[in-house]
Design a protein around this ligand. Structure first.
Ligand code: BGC
Length: 252
């Protein structure tokens, strides 16, 4: 079964057709730069362009970097503020003429990693997936069940006076020109806090930084296993497509 997955990020909007049974993209990714300002109408026009590019009809999964409740985006940390309380599922469905299902970006990536990637063999216990990019996205699973919209990137870092994503996102690393070791120490502070709060068995580290895992892994001292995401930049698209496929099945 092939389903279209679209991943909306701060700099790019990417889509591909996904074989949801295999968890694999079956086309090249089609990427269009995120319009600035990233208003709902402008982003919806890009999503519609991607759907036309694939000449696709059927359920579409779309990730969004915000809390998403029943298709409505509730926050907008790194996108235009007009997304707060926007009915994203309706805006995208109208723009594309297809049923669109919207999910938080890290939740989508987590679903893909748990099914086809680094978490596929973890049957019981707590897994926390963290994606380090412009912000920090989170997805937590207990015995493989997702608790959605956790937003662990926004927890305040004790003694630092900052939320986590302003302390150790990949954007912060780049803006402050931190060496991998110095940044890894910050990530270690963050994982220690997560460990204190949730006692996870496994952390999955995703986002572009996962390619550089070897450079900062020596700084990580937590008790939980720390593993690197396997689907890399495909996780969001694959997870979005899986989510849409499941939602469409449930709705009949
Ligand atoms: C947003 C999250 C998102 C994360 C990664 C955060 O700023 O609040 O919803 O998952 O960035 O994109």
């Amino acid at each position: 079964m092939q389903t279209l997955g679209i991943d909306i990020g701060g700099s790019g909007i990417k889509g591909a057709l996904v074989d949801v049974e295999k968890g694999e993209m079956v086309t090249e990714r089609h990427r269009i730069a995120t319009p600035q300002p990233s208003t709902p109408q402008a982003v919806a026009a890009v999503v519609a362009d991607i759907v036309r590019h694939f000449d696709y009809q059927g359920p579409i999964g779309v990730t969004f970097p915000a809390i998403v409740q029943r298709g409505v985006t509730k926050t907008a940390a790194n996108v235009d503020k007009s997304w707060i309380d926007a009915p994203a599922h309706k805006i995208f469905s109208e723009a594309t003429g297809q049923p669109v299902h919207v999910i938080n970006d890290a939740d989508a990536a987590g679903i893909a990693e748990m099914t086809f990637g680094a978490g596929r063999d973890v049957q019981i216990g707590i897994v926390i997936m963290l994606t380090f990019g412009t912000g920090i996205g989170s997805a937590i699973f207990h015995d493989r069940t997702l608790l959605p919209n956790t937003e662990f990137g926004h927890v305040p870092m004790p003694m630092k006076g900052l939320i986590a994503e302003h302390y150790c996102s990949d954007r912060t690393r780049q803006e402050q020109d931190l060496k991998w070791g110095a940044w890894g120490t910050r990530v270690d502070h963050y994982l220690s806090l997560m460990e204190l709060l949730f006692s996870p068995d496994v952390f999955i580290i995703g986002g572009g930084v996962s390619k550089k895992f070897d450079k900062f892994a020596p700084k990580l001292r937590c008790k939980a296993d720390v593993v690197v995401a396997q689907l890399l930049n495909e996780a969001g698209i694959v997870g979005a497509a899986m989510f849409a496929y499941e939602q469409a099945k449930q709705l009949g």
